[in-house]
Ligand binder design. Structure first.
Ligand SMILES: *Cc1c(COP(=O)(O)O)cnc(C)c1O
Length: 225
């Protein structure tokens, strides 16, 4: 299926979720996660009207960026090793996976402008997942104060890979609540307005629970033929 056709379906689902939640579709940034697909397919997504692309490895990001340049807004959504920061820092607008001070230090050192970061939270406490435990998020963000090139734009999470709607909803709700707690600190380096949550299988629920950025791969650009 063409990306344009898939995009149409996803926009309908976004609109539906927005209606349920009494929100506006333009509050939600749709990030096309192109990690599984070719440059041609990523280009097709841009042609269809997508403005934001997400990659989870430095090679993948560089590879796509060499072909597509600065036309899309680039989001780095995967685990980021400190030694890879220098490869991606001049390309990305957002890093969704800030989860430790050593990484913040490296981002701050390599950046020549403010980098919009989202703090990754392991809400579901799965051992396999990266991210801070919810109770560590506020002290972590407070400790980012000295890093002048880092702006904490929001929080990010990956929900568990299950179908239980209530579990997914609870996970997203917890992240939303945590965002409120960060906002209440009124830190000028941490406006924390964004909630990056929701993927192919759960983005409607995430939107109902307040997502401002959804990261959609398979449902939007997957299955190339
Ligand atoms: C791969 C990936 C996605 C997209 O997953 P789909 O299920 O294909 O939509 C979203 N977020 C992160 C962090 C990913 O690694």
């Amino acid at each position: 299926m063409k990306v344009a056709a898939k995009l149409e379906l996803i926009r309908q689902q976004i609109n539906q979720a927005c209606q349920i939640a009494n929100r506006k579709p333009d509050e939600i940034t749709l990030i096309a996660v192109t990690k599984y697909v070719s440059i041609e397919r990523a280009y097709e997504a841009l042609e269809a009207g997508i403005k934001d692309l997400g990659e989870n490895r430095d090679e993948g990001l560089l590879n796509k960026w060499e072909a597509l340049g600065d036309k899309p807004v680039w989001h780095y959504i995967g685990t980021l090793q400190s030694r890879k920061v220098k490869n991606i820092i001049d390309i990305v607008e957002y890093i969704h996976s800030l989860d430790r001070l050593s990484l913040a230090k490296e981002i701050n050192k390599r950046a020549s402008r403010k980098i919009k970061c989202l703090v990754q939270v392991n809400v579901s406490a799965e051992e396999s997942k990266h991210g801070l435990a919810p109770e560590d998020v506020i002290p972590f963000i407070e400790a980012l104060h000295p890093f002048e090139n880092i702006s904490v734009e929001g929080l990010m999470t990956m929900a568990p890979f299950i179908d239980d709607e209530q579990v997914l909803r609870d996970c997203f709700r917890k992240l939303n609540k945590l965002r409120g707690q960060v906002q209440a600190l009124n830190l000028d380096f941490a406006p924390c307005t964004e909630l990056s949550m929701g993927m192919s299988n759960d983005f409607s629920i995430a939107i109902e629970e307040g997502a401002t950025m959804i990261r959609v791969g398979t449902a939007l650009v997957g299955e190339e033929e």
